[in-house]
Ligand binder design. Structure first.
Ligand SMILES: *Cc1c(COP(=O)(O)O)cnc(C)c1O
Length: 414
């Protein structure tokens, strides 16, 4: 291999390029800003309503409600669905903390089930085991009670992590059996699809549970130029409640049916996302093509580098391209030296975070999550990543494989 492959003087490959797509749309985005200035309709109004309709349609959901962030979306969806003080909500420990913050902030407590080692999403076998063997039905009330906390279990939040939908057929079926609410955390899965055997058709992320939460944090597949989020649902009742909750509990100005939040989507962001939404499907296609190229380039190293698994019933939108390898830290350093961005999603599972020490979980409780947390690495993934850049990234991965395979040979040889 030529030395130039490892030439550190080459330009940096960022983990994520947020500059180029906005530069390409600069004229349209600036026009949104100018027209919003001319009307001063900064909060709510037609621009927000239009984006809500368009985004719901994109998700095959009948209703969309713009809110301030993905975290707001999760919090409002859970509360609107009736999750309340003292409840238990089941989710996974391999997710961003916003998932569990939202659960805690509606007064409930998260309890975890482990993930599947191939998809990194909630393992329905573990969910079933939790429901069958770690919960009981209270005879007086008929409610499902968690053995670990003695609290009623009322909801499940599956997370469509890295852009791939969780195994929703099984999850929805278990939810129906146990009468549980399902709120999708679709914050990484704008446009992801899942073939439901139960319904015999492809379903979009955000159209499967009672409601779903999306984030438009700038780095997401659809990002605002600031903070934004949305709830999607087919339920008019949920939609009404989320609308009130995002706006201080009022349906009519200064008539408050309850306490709510300041959690509205601002019009500027809605206008910007109206422009960007038109490109989302093609951006997602580009991400999928990039994933195919990675798979092709990484195929020779399959013994050392685990690439993402996309089951035949999933169409991933590759919010992240997450590989696994032994000696991950040495690879991370190697990429950093070659000016290539990489990140870990997420280095510390939620059940082992200081913030959740009060939940009483211990190392060893979720072995799959714990194992993968030590091996995962997210490679650069954004629509305008070029094949040449991918080749350079993979050349550096090859160097890593050379190192770890050599040390493995040494071990065997001694
Ligand atoms: C980004 C994200 C959130 C939170 O979204 P914000 O808009 O940052 O509040 C929640 N869950 C997951 C899985 C996310 O990736």
């Amino acid at each position: 291999m030529s030395v130039s492959v490892y030439d550190n003087s080459q330009s940096a490959i960022p983990f994520l390029d947020l500059v180029t797509p906005h530069r390409e749309l600069e004229a349209e985005l600036t026009a949104v800003f100018k027209s919003t200035l001319s009307t001063a309709g900064f909060i709510g109004g037609p621009q927000v309503e239009q984006f809500e309709r368009e985004f719901a349609a994109f998700c095959d959901a009948s209703l969309g409600i713009g809110v301030g962030s993905g975290t707001d979306a999760l919090r409002f969806a859970l509360a609107a669905a009736g999750v309340s003080e003292g409840d238990v909500v089941i989710t996974v420990p391999n997710t961003f903390i916003a998932t569990t913050e939202a659960i805690s902030q509606v007064g409930a407590a998260p309890e975890f089930v482990d993930i599947n080692e191939e998809t990194y999403n909630m393992d329905p076998v573990k969910l079933r085991n939790y429901l069958e063997n770690h919960c009981h039905i209270q005879s007086v009330t008929g409610r499902l009670i968690s053995n670990r906390s003695g609290r009623p279990v009322t909801a499940i939040v599956p997370v469509h992590l890295y852009g791939q939908v969780a195994d929703m057929d099984e999850i929805m079926q278990l939810a129906a059996t146990y009468n549980l609410i399902v709120i999708e955390d679709a914050c990484q899965a704008h446009g992801a699809q899942y073939f439901s055997q139960a319904e015999n058709r492809w379903l979009k992320a955000g159209s499967i549970g009672l409601a779903a939460a999306f984030s438009f944090y700038p780095g997401k597949n659809l990002g605002a130029c600031g903070e934004a989020g949305a709830v999607t649902t087919n339920s008019g009742e949920i939609s009404q409640k989320v609308r009130m909750m995002r706006d201080h509990g009022q349906a009519k100005k200064y008539f408050h049916q309850m306490e709510g939040y300041n959690g509205r989507l601002d019009a500027l962001q809605a206008g910007i996302m109206h422009v960007k939404l038109k490109h989302l499907a093609s951006w997602n296609e580009k991400r999928r093509a990039i994933a195919t190229t990675y798979a092709e380039l990484l195929a020779p190293f399959s013994e050392w580098i685990t690439i993402p698994v996309e089951p035949p019933n999933c169409i991933s939108v590759y919010h992240l391209y997450v590989i696994r390898t032994k000696k991950r830290e040495s690879l991370r350093q190697l990429l950093a030296e070659a000016n290539i961005g990489a990140a870990i999603h997420y280095p510390v599972p939620l059940h082992l975070q200081d913030a959740y020490s009060h939940l009483g979980y211990r190392a060893g409780d979720f072995p799959i999550t714990e194992k993968v947390a030590g091996e995962i690495l997210s490679l650069p993934m954004f629509p305008n990543l070029t094949r040449d850049e991918q080749v350079r990234i993979v050349s550096n991965l090859a160097k890593h494989v050379e190192r770890i395979s050599a040390s493995a040979v040494e071990l065997v040889g001694v």
